[in-house]
Ligand binder design. Structure first.
Ligand code: UDP
Length: 346
């Protein structure tokens, strides 16, 4: 199978690449490396079944040709992370909405009708107070522009774009609402909580809990996520549908902090920060967020396999390995003895 992954050097995209290469597929990744990283795909660069194109999907001249080559397209390219969204809402609007429209046009123009997965997010449920969300639940967003919701609005626009193309042209598109995906290679620069807590715990720093830590999330290991996406893409009953993807085990953010400290065997303390301190402005956090997975199960039979403790253990191991590398890379030249007896002989 020929697989195109936009945003394939990103966290989830690079796991998709690894998954499909392991199955013997040919994989083309396009990424502008804005939030993705070359290091995520470095292990595949020598593989003849793998091709990497460094390009922005907004300006990539080979998009049409590559979309026509693909049997399956995962559209993962997006500006993500609440912090990033607050920093640059204009870039978020452009990449997330124009990018998706370009992909859909290319798919329609290619004439082959590949399977397409469009990545959306649990953020689209907005501040619906239910806490546990099924695909049929209402979307609750503020009536007047508050930038914090920019990401959710762009993703909702993407969903409606995808629906329109699926309906009008009969395209094989499934829209996935991803709930708090975590796992190896995720970085904390853009605010994501799990890599941030693990890094802090491994380095013995205080774990920064925003608010009182009673807010809850349900974290899904990326290695489960990619299996769910693969099954949905191949499931004709899922085409034209929106489907939650995640793990429905819930934990409070304080609970996650304590578990991270325990798994890292760390003596770090907890540090509570107000949202104003954390985000530099008043911030509406989502209090509870858990996916209802009935639809995903009914369509694919999928159930997540990874336990949160096992994912955290992997993250701790990866952080420790990074720390060792950093120490090794920063080694200075050893101080050499200068006495004649200690001179190096060749
Ligand atoms: N969070 C936190 N400390 C951090 C980073 C995040 O307490 O260092 C909180 C954040 O306010 C939110 C939760 O952890 O309540 C999940 O944040 P993340 O950005 O990972 O995901 P999202 O808010 O999109 O669910």
């Amino acid at each position: 199978m020929h697989v195109l992954i936009t945003g394939g050097a990103g966290f989830i995209g690079s796991h998709l690449a690894e998954y499909h290469l392991a199955r013997g597929d040919q994989v083309c990744v396009v990424d502008n490396l804005s939030t993705g990283a070359l290091s995520n795909i470095e292990p595949f660069l020598g593989d003849p079944s793998f091709r990497f194109v460094e390009a922005d999907i907004l300006h990539w001249s080979d998009l049409g040709k590559t979309a026509a080559w693909a049997d399956r397209i995962y559209h993962m390219a997006a500006v993500v992370g609440v912090k990033k969204v607050l920093e640059d809402p204009v870039a978020v609007m452009a990449t997330n909405m124009t990018g998706t429209e370009k992909i859909l046009r290319a798919v329609h123009g290619g004439g082959w009708n590949p399977q397409v997965v469009i990545a959306s997010t649990s953020e689209v449920y907005g501040f619906n107070p239910k806490g546990s969300f099924a695909e049929t639940d209402d979307i609750v967003l503020p009536s007047a522009g508050r930038l914090r919701w920019t990401y959710a609005v762009t993703k909702l626009a993407d969903e409606f774009l995808a629906f329109s193309y699926a309906r009008k042209y009969g395209l094989n598109i499934v829209i996935v609402r991803l709930f708090n995906t975590i796992g190896p290679n995720q970085v904390g620069h853009y605010g994501m909580v799990a890599p941030t807590f693990v890094r802090q715990a491994v380095h013995g720093e205080p774990l920064t809990i925003y608010g009182d830590g009673a807010q809850t999330r349900s974290f899904c290991d990326v290695r489960d996520t990619v299996v769910a996406l693969d099954r949905l893409a191949a499931c004709p009953r899922a085409w034209g549908e929106v489907v939650n993807v995640g793990n429905d085990q819930e934990i409070s953010i304080r609970g996650l902090a304590e578990l991270s400290i325990q798994r890292a065997n760390s003596s770090s303390s907890l540090q509570f920060l107000s949202y104003k301190e954390a985000y530099g402005e008043e911030f509406e956090d989502v209090t509870h967020r858990r996916p209802v997975l009935d639809k995903l199960r009914a369509l694919t039979g999928f159930a997540p396999k990874w336990k949160l403790t096992d994912t955290l253990d992997d993250l701790v191991e990866q952080e420790r390995a990074k720390m060792l590398h950093a120490v090794r890379d920063s080694r200075e030249w050893p101080r050499l003895l200068t006495s004649s007896s200690a001179r190096t002989r060749y």
